[in-house]
Design a protein around this ligand. Structure first.
Ligand code: AHR
Length: 514
């Protein structure tokens, strides 16, 4: 019998929350489990809302500090993020885009209508040359999405010739007159976007035929090799993948998958990007973790036609999509970005890394001022979002050898919802460093972890950083851009071949052993 109330309280606390329960994680360094392709950390910048104008491009005459017309602050932030590839010009916009409108002297370019996103004029001042110069400035590879929905194969092959052919033709003469003597090297080439929806409302059969027709004219010129990406479908819509794989897989390098996390699960009222409560929070994380199920589902279909896994699943649009911020144009898809969203990014990376045999390219939507952005701008101010820092933490895994983590996660429970609290990725970089990223999505409780390695060979902890904040719905503002920002982490220690970590509630940690 309990002698008094307080001992009764302590025992019951211990019963409900065993304070010293430690989660044991085996880091499987033995099994050859593939490589984490750096291209899974790709970005996406569409002509949508304030994404390109003025998020990236302000023009040379702007009062906002710029380099050749690109915002200096955004360039610096994105270059530091080591973005592997960036997708452009859409999205839905891609299938309504005439590439020839975006070349030549800027003051002579036509003003067209961006009918899909806010029905606003598009002055085409950011076109092919501006996009490709932007990728050079931030050291990213371009991923161009070609128009299938409202264009034709010849128009697309003209663009490829303009971009990549090193001989003398009328088109390459134009390219040179427009300031680019040497052709570009372009690898990632999307053939249509959401061709089942905004990209032409096609059936799978119709698109498969279209895809083959367009792919035939997507020529490899002057030593440039295109990596052709077919337009795939959305979450559980597996039939599309089945038809595409059965009819056209021989002509593709990848097929895409799109999946957005909608906090309420309802596209009409998606839920706010700030001020959500814990119940909404856990439901949102649970929803986003479904990425694993969708990748498995599409991969299984792909396995039927491509057991060797030659064709890649390109998750070229993903991220959280909330209600637009009050007072903004609802067609501009502007939202805030909280610590929760950093967890959506980190746990999604963990899923991609686990499926590295199929998923080798992915693009978060979108880079600046749109949906789950890396940075937000307002006039001459810019802030980095929590998602920015999640990306930064994961750069350690670029092209690294994947080490599966074997463990049973404690559950994070809120009311009737329960999800695994601990998520993570471990890898070995080419120079022998072991990098570990761990996320505790539990909003209330920290967790003690012990990571067991077979052999650590005298390595020590050479770096440890944490991203956390007061609340899962904390976010950065233009008045205080450091509400959610990384700091040093001292909750890890080595003992023999084991790494002990006290992972605080609601946090992401990145550790390097060297
Ligand atoms: O990222 C916003 C839009 O979402 C893209 O343009 C489209 O492909 C998707 O529906």
């Amino acid at each position: 019998m309990f002698k008094n109330i307080s001992s009764c309280f302590i025992v019951s606390i211990l019963f409900v929350y065993p304070l010293f329960a430690q989660t044991s994680i085996t880091v499987n360094t033995e099994e050859l489990s593939g490589v984490i392709d750096r291209h899974i950390f790709g970005q996406f910048s569409e002509h949508l809302g304030r994404g390109i104008y003025p998020g990236i491009w302000v023009g040379e005459d702007s009062d906002i500090p710029n380099i050749e017309g690109y915002r200096t602050d955004v360039l610096e932030a994105l270059e530091a993020l080591q973005i592997p590839n960036i997708r452009w010009p859409g999205g839905c916009f891609a299938d309504d885009y005439r590439w020839k409108d975006g070349i030549g002297p800027r003051n002579e370019r036509p003003v067209t209508l961006n009918a899909l996103w806010g029905q606003v004029p598009e002055d085409n001042s950011f076109g092919t040359h501006e996009f490709l110069r932007f990728t050079e400035l931030i050291n990213a590879e371009p991923y161009i999405s070609a128009n299938v929905g409202s264009s034709n194969p010849k128009d697309m092959s003209d663009w490829i010739e303009y971009l990549t052919y090193d001989g003398e033709t009328t088109l390459t003469k134009m390219r040179k007159e427009n300031g680019k003597e040497e052709p570009w090297k372009i690898k990632f080439w999307g053939i249509g976007n959401e061709s089942w929806g905004c990209g032409g409302n096609m059936t799978a059969d119709f698109y498969a035929d279209k895809y083959k027709q367009f792919a035939t004219y997507a020529h490899n010129l002057s030593g440039n090799e295109l990596y052709k990406i077919a337009s795939g479908k959305y979450d559980v819509e597996y039939d599309w993948t089945d038809t595409l794989m059965s009819k056209a897989s021989g002509l593709m390098d990848a097929i895409s998958l799109h999946f957005y996390t909608i906090p309420t699960g309802n596209w009409d009222t998606k839920g706010p990007s700030t001020g959500f409560n814990e119940e909404e929070y856990i439901a949102t994380i649970k929803y986003s973790l479904r990425m694993d199920e969708f990748i498995k589902g599409h991969s299984e279909i792909m396995d039927k036609y491509d057991p060797e896994k030659r064709v890649v699943l390109a998750v070229d649009e993903w991220g959280i999509w909330t209600d637009p911020l009050e007072g903004t144009n609802s067609g501009f898809l502007e939202q805030q970005n909280s610590l929760r969203d950093a967890f959506i990014a980190s746990t999604t990376f963990d899923i991609f890394a686990k499926h590295n045999d199929r998923v080798k390219i992915a693009n978060i939507a979108q880079t600046v001022n749109v949906l789950q952005a890396m940075v937000l701008t307002e006039d001459d101010k810019m802030i980095k979002t929590p998602t920015y820092y999640a990306f930064k933490f994961y750069t350690v895994h670029y092209d690294a050898k994947y080490f599966p983590l074997e463990f049973e996660s404690p559950e994070y429970i809120n009311v009737e919802t329960s999800i695994p609290a601990i998520h993570g990725t471990a890898s070995e970089s080419k120079d022998g460093r072991i990098n570990i990223t761990l996320t505790n999505v539990d909003a209330q409780k920290g967790h003690d972890l012990i990571l067991n390695f077979k052999e650590l060979g005298g390595k020590s902890i050479s770096s440890a950083r944490i991203l956390t904040a007061d609340n899962v719905n904390s976010y950065n503002t233009f008045d205080d851009g450091d509400v959610v920002a990384p700091s040093g982490f001292n909750g890890a220690s080595l003992s023999g071949n084991s790494l002990n970590i006290t992972l605080p509630a609601k946090s992401i940690v990145v550790l390097t052993l060297h």
